[in-house]
Design a binder for this molecule. Sequence first.
Ligand SMILES: [Zn+2]
Length: 223
Amino acid sequence: MRLVAETGAEHGVAVLSPEWLLFYFMTPAFEKLQQQLKQLPGLGYRSAERIALHLLVEKPAQLTALVTALEAASRSVRRCERCGNLAEGDVCGICADERRDRSVVCVVEHVPDLVALERSGAYRGSYHVLHGKLSPIHGVGPDQLNLAALQARLAAGEVAELILALSNDVEGEATCHYLTEQLPSEQAVKVTRIGFGLPSGGGVHYADSITLKSALDGRRSYS
Ligand SMILES: [Zn+2]
């Protein structure tokens, strides 16, 4: 086993080789924890290593609190049985709020999309979270999406308008198309798609071609 990495030795610096680093602190349990952390969104190998060291060595008290919080959340947080949002009871806070307009349903891909729309304060209807979008390449078909609950809401006749707030890409378009095909023919449900246009404060010359096409397609009368 080489003690000094060749790249470091070239510069006269005693840099420990990766093998020795592993030998020093990569116990099987540590490696398992790092592998699990690496699966989380936005975390690469180095970030996972840093977090694992932080929790195990620097701040072990935080690790205990984190484990307790994870266990509590996994026991109590679930999907709202009506819309798919996060809930701690049968339905989420939005579905339980009588002031929200249940006849208007904004369909989103993921919970963070719902959070972003809520943060805008511009919407007072209800939601439906699909937890994904149709993507044959990634093996996501209708059965993998939260569609049964949406069909139940439509069948109950409580929906007057569906606002499709799905991605502005091929998979988002395919999902929109699928949803409109599945609408009960006997009901007159208005279907709208959110407009995709220029970012606030952004000029036309900064926009990419897809955004400009969406902005043109989604134009509305100005008078
Ligand atoms: Zn809900």
